[in-house]
Design a protein around this ligand. Sequence first.
Ligand code: PRP
Ligand code: URA
Length: 216
Amino acid sequence: MSAGMLPQAVLVQIQHPLIQHKLTLLRDRETNAKEFRELVEELSVLMTFEVFSDLPTREVEVQTPLALATAKVVDIKRIAIIPILRAGLVMSSGILRLLPNARVGHIGLYRDPATLTPVRYYHKLPLNLPEMKVLVVDPMLATGGSAVQAVSILKENGAREIKFLCIIAAPEGVQALSAAHPDVPIFTAALDEHLNEHGYILPGLGDAGDRLFGTK
Ligand code: PRP
Ligand code: URA
């Protein structure tokens, strides 16, 4: 399937030059684990600005040293960041530097290497998900199986307003996620070509979890 056939309404490619620059460094096989983690954190912060550009604000009054100002605030506690373990963890730790009072829920999934289907092993979620703006984070959207299952778990637990943030998406993953959950917008820095026979994104960046945590 070509990128042109994808449902554009649910896919936002973030094209900012600084994001694309950092993505290039991330793809480079010479980038070591420390640099790779730093880049994933930085990219996550930068992309979160775009993801949450529609957050509602509330007016408050604040006393400056000179006068009373009418200013705006966001209800950060109504935001839930949901990393898919393992690789999503580094994205959430970057985003927490920007939104330190956001709530965090964890969903543990890994892909069975033979079937490429996700195996669920853990989840712990914030209590009041129905009232929260929920952002699922995982650097890679490959077959889409992990993202589809993570969003299903969130909906089973009451989440209503969900967005998905990745760094690289494959057309197959965008198709699967938007077919299963058409209400969930997908934000990515890149839409790559396709998957190889092992379910890895080409050209991609390799195995995100292994590169982040040095496990291979
Ligand atoms: C990777 C990645 C996603 C998943 C994407 O995790 O971080 O969670 O694969 O693939 P999919 O779209 O085909 O489901 P992995 O399963 O390797 O687990 P890990 O992070 O624990 O290594
Ligand atoms: N998971 C990864 O870490 N990389 C891919 O290319 C696909 C799935």
